[in-house]
Design a protein around this ligand. Structure first.
Ligand code: NAI
Ligand code: MG
Length: 352
């Protein structure tokens, strides 16, 4: 089976880690032999924006529709406001392709010490499922009385029954498929008194169809604290767009580095392409030095294989990552002295 992949390296270290991800995917395809990739690259990024006044061509979405999935690095440049790069590329892709489930696994690997808590690898192994299409990231609102000291700014949140039901159902299905035992919901129904009680109701209602899966819910403020003090409590955590965003950055921080965290923007119905990208951004502070950690990108490639149905190949990549870290072949963000290429080579060599 041959898969057509649209590759968007993006900005900064995206340009450095995406080739690493491709190398590992090609190596895996070579070793397994029952699938192959055709990668096609698109230089849609902040440089493109500076030249053309937009992050991608007007028919960008139409072009991407022809691919089986999208493999993205990161976008963002000090010369372009972050909301421009985000709303110009990432968000349209996530929304037009109904990539409503953003799945971000968090795992502490042997050989990494969590900087935030004193836990063992077996204590930190959970998955954050973030709603990816609506919620707090609404683009609805406005500013009035600007430049006066009476300025008023409003940003609406949008929670639809359809949208909340499908993400919570997905979280339970994910738990079921992956043998996970508990789904925890992030809420704030004490302070946010319309959308969050609505979220809680749907969580309760949906959970009834999954009597074998334990459930719990916490307000987001308590939940973030519990992530740090009791990470072993968590299995699958489901949250709205904003809460999921926060939790899925905190998760990797607990597990040692933003540089290893992967994410899948899934259109579970496979009607449209899904997008796979590391959680981290373009890291302009270390770009061009060859020291970016490629693991977040490489692990995202493994999630792509899983999405295509190649579970074994996907897990071999994760095992190769695990061994590489255990061998101490790490970039500086993990306290090592190795470069992007060394880590990539080591992972490739362990796939066989
Ligand atoms: P960032 O993730 O780029 O960097 C945060 C810190 O983590 C930096 O100190 C960086 O050096 C380090 N870091 C991140 N990835 C790393 C890796 N693979 N290896 C080693 N160290 C790594 O987040 P920041 O600084 O808030 O944003 C920088 C730019 O990236 C902004 O323009 C932002 O909008 C964009 N961004 C884009 C995202 C995307 O494309 N999905 C996601 C997050 C941020
Ligand atoms: Mg984030």
């Amino acid at each position: 089976e041959k898969f057509k992949i649209a590759v968007i390296p993006g900005d900064g270290i995206g340009q450095e880690v995406v080739p690493a991800g491709i190398k590992v995917l090609n190596k895996t395809a070579e070793v397994f032999g029952n699938f192959a990739f055709k990668f096609e690259e698109f230089e849609w990024n902040c440089e493109y924006y500076i030249k053309n006044g937009k992050m991608m061509p007007d028919d960008g979405i139409e072009i991407l529709k022809n691919y089986d999935s999208i493999f993205l690095g990161a976008v963002g440049h000090p010369k372009v406001p972050d909301h421009v790069s985000l709303w110009g590329l990432l968000l349209p892709i996530r929304r037009k392709f109904e990539e409503y489930a953003n799945v971000r696994p968090v795992k502490l690997f042997e050989g990494i010490k969590s900087p935030l808590c004193n836990k063992k690898p077996e204590n930190i192994d959970f998955v954050v499922v973030r709603e990816n299409n609506e919620g707090e990231y609404s683009d609805m609102g406005g500013r009035i009385y600007q430049h006066s000291d009476r300025e008023i700014v409003i940003q609406e949140s949008v929670f639809t029954k359809y949208g909340v039901e499908r993400i919570i159902k997905y979280a339970f299905e994910y738990a079921k498929m992956h043998g996970r035992k508990k789904v925890t919901s992030a809420t704030k129904s004490n302070g946010i008194n319309f959308t969050m009680p609505f979220w809680d109701e749907i969580f309760l209602e949906t959970s009834k169809a999954y009597p074998d899966i334990e459930t719990s819910k916490f307000h987001i403020d308590a939940l973030v604290a519990k992530f740090v003090t009791n990470p072993e409590y968590f299995d699958v955590v489901v949250g709205s767009n904003l809460f999921g965003d926060i939790l899925s950055d905190l998760g990797p921080a607990i597990a040692g580095s933003l540089g290893i965290a992967p994410s899948a923007n899934l259109n579970p119905d496979k009607k449209f392409p899904s997008m796979f990208e590391p959680v981290h951004g373009s890291a302009p502070d270390i770009a061009g030095k060859g020291i970016a950690n490629p693991i977040g990108q490489i692990w995202s490639g493994s999630l792509m294989l899983e999405h295509f149905g190649f579970k074994e190949a996907a897990s071999i990549i994760v095992k190769a990552i695990e061994k590489t870290i255990k061998d101490g072949i790490c970039t500086p963000d993990l306290g090592g002295k190795y470069k992007t290429n060394d880590v990539t080579e080591s992972i490739c060599n362990k796939i066989e």
